[in-house]
Design a protein around this ligand. Structure first.
Ligand code: FAD
Length: 548
């Protein structure tokens, strides 16, 4: 290994993902602060990142993906579940399904109720609006002119229309804006996309900022250790190729490595559960049992259908003539099947009157394959999946070795609560009820998976255990709060350690009731404001005191 000269910055951001790119932009905007942005992955030049449908290829592509997998999941018949994460500029916003959803206002009010002052929906709404460039225009809930482009899916599709109509026939409303006054109902999703191209945070935030002389971006740069002086962060050690480099932070080190990597970097740096660190021969700087605890995710269970008509994506991909015409439409008009993301339509529903707000989400997908990222079926097919929005089950991220390049142990402990098992089964029944309505029925040749004989609660639960998989929303491993095991306080400062914050999806006290990219961007926006506010309050020579 070679060593390189030490450089000094005001701020070092670890991870150029959904939140990290927001920070890099906002912290450098005034020109007053020098910032180093470290990204373990490379540039986002790969064409399929930018074409929304390319999403399907990125699941298994190690050039842009950490390709994690969970430990055997005890409640899922000991299966390991894939855990893709972006490893490229833009992070997971460069490989995700593009759906733009914020969750429910009640999620953020709940964060506030847990003691996190400044995180109620009224507090975070200005940051959602500031981030957004909403194609439909501005209103009380939506912003225009922000770096994150949000647009309508190009055109209605007969299967999606049938799904939405079926939901109405089953008694649910149509909803044309899941981020509007109410989340409940069925409709089309909006995408983080513009003119048919993906709008990652690397595209929206970093492109604008990258020519600023006060921003240095290091790609293929794996942060290996937080450098500490006592209980204060003073810099980062990182590896680029064969060279080990050191960068000093005169103000703060900010971790934005995501829900798996931020706790991992804390642990290998001596901040985490003491017994775990000692087991791997790491000196304990701060015994914090909460680092890597409380992991949450949404478990999705997919029902597969064979379609009566050749109108699904499976049929487009199978025929060269359809492929050519889809390619041409995309090139000429940026429309058509290449411009769609993970889910085309979907909905948010209540499985029982006891739920005050929707407790399950449905993703309706106009193609089918045996698993996420697998080859499409050679016949017309589509999928509808259901996921519980507010699971109780919590898992963990624990290092397996002191080597920062080794994958940590990840276990989500899906379905480990009876409540989660009940809502998942109720969600499957609700989905079947929607799919059984006349509008949808005419497109269903058969329910392929599970077998329609799978009907009892016990059988449906057994199906969820055998087929359930992630919908890619891990959070809460550096949970914000003011209790003993919370990792960061409400200003996102690591408790008991000076000059160190975590700003990414890992700080969510509870996973939001929807997809998590918009919330991670909002956390980046709000985090940047708090950092700049503290910088204005403290002269350059002063450092933050450790948070209590
Ligand atoms: C396949 C997939 C589909 C998804 N679909 C959707 C969707 O449709 N809609 C939605 O809202 N959400 C979706 N999500 C979830 C959403 O994208 C994430 O919740 C969000 O991007 C998380 O943001 P983050 O900033 O916490 O982390 P990330 O965006 O994952 O960023 C972390 C960054 O840090 C880098 N990094 C990590 N460790 C280090 C280190 N030690 N040194 C240097 N760099 C490091 C990583 O390479 C990465 O670039 C999806 C996610 C995936 C993976």
């Amino acid at each position: 290994m070679n060593a390189a000269p030490i450089e000094t910055f005001d701020y070092i951001i670890v991870g150029a993902g959904s939140a990290g790119c927001v920070l890099a932009n906002r912290l450098t905007a005034s020109g007053r602060h020098r910032v180093l942005l470290l990204e373990a992955g490379g540039h986002d030049r790969y064409l399929w990142i930018h074409i929304p449908l390319g999403y399907g290829k990125l699941f298994v592509d190690q050039r842009v993906n950490w390709l994690y997998a969970s430990e055997p999941e005890p409640e899922l018949n000991n299966r390991s579940v894939i855990q893709p994460r972006g490893k490229v500029l833009g992070g997971s916003s460069s490989i995700n399904g593009l759906l733009y959803l914020r969750g429910q206002p009640e999620d953020y009010d709940h964060w506030r109720q847990l003691g996190n002052t400044g995180w109620s929906f009224d507090d975070v709404l200005p940051y959602f609006r500031r981030a957004e460039h909403q194609e439909r225009g501005e209103d009380a809930l939506h912003g225009v002119g922000g770096p994150l482009a949000v647009s309508n899916v190009c055109e209605p599709h007969p299967l999606c229309e049938a799904f939405i109509e079926s939901a109405q026939q089953a008694g649910f409303p149509r909803n044309d804006d899941f981020n509007g006054p109410t989340q409940e109902g069925a409709g089309y999703f909006q995408l983080t996309a513009k003119n048919g191209r993906r709008w990652s945070t690397a595209v929206g935030y970093l492109r604008q900022a990258r020519r600023r002389p006060n921003l240095a971006i290091a790609t293929d740069a794996l942060a290996t250790r937080i450098l500490l002086s006592g209980r204060r962060a003073v810099g980062i050690e990182y590896r680029q190729g064969d060279t080990t480099r050191t960068a000093q932070a005169s103000r703060e080190v900010i971790l934005s490595g995501g829900a798996f990597n931020s706790p991992q970097l804390l642990q290998v740096s001596g901040i985490g559960p003491a017994p775990l660190l000692q087991q791997h021969g790491i000196e304990v700087i701060a015994d914090m049992p909460g680092v890597g605890a409380d992991l949450q995710d949404h478990l999705q269970v997919r029902i597969q259908y064979r379609c009566t008509e050749p109108i699904t994506m499976n049929d487009v991909i199978r025929s060269w003539r359809h492929r050519m015409s889809a390619g041409l439409r995309y090139m000429l008009f940026r429309k058509g099947l290449l411009a769609i993301g993970a889910g085309y339509a979907g909905g948010f529903f209540r499985t029982s009157p006891a739920a005050a707000t929707p407790d399950v989400q449905v993703h309706f997908i106009i193609f089918s394959g045996d698993s996420s990222g697998a080859a499409l079926h050679p016949f017309p097919g589509f999928i509808a999946s259901v996921c519980q929005l507010r699971p109780e089950s919590r898992g963990f991220v624990h290092i397996k070795s002191a080597d920062p390049a080794a994958a940590p142990a990840i276990q989500l402990r899906y379905l480990s609560s009876q409540f989660d098992r009940d809502v998942t089964v109720a969600g499957l029944k609700l989905l079947r009820r929607i799919m059984a309505q006349p509008a949808m029925r005419r497109f269903i040749a058969e329910e392929r998976v599970p077998d329609p004989q799978v009907e009892s609660d016990a059988d449906l639960l057994a199906f969820a255990r055998s087929a359930g998989t992630t919908v890619f929303h891990p959070t809460s491993t550096c949970r914000m709060g003011n209790d003993d095991t919370a990792v960061v306080d409400e200003r996102l400062r690591v408790r008991g350690i000076g000059n160190l914050r975590v700003v990414d999806a890992s700080i969510m006290p509870t996973v939001v009731s929807g997809n998590t990219n918009a919330a991670a961007v909002m956390i980046g926006e709000k985090g940047a404001d708090m950092i700049l506010h503290d910088a204005a309050a403290a002269p350059a020579s002063m450092r933050l005191e450790p948070a209590g």
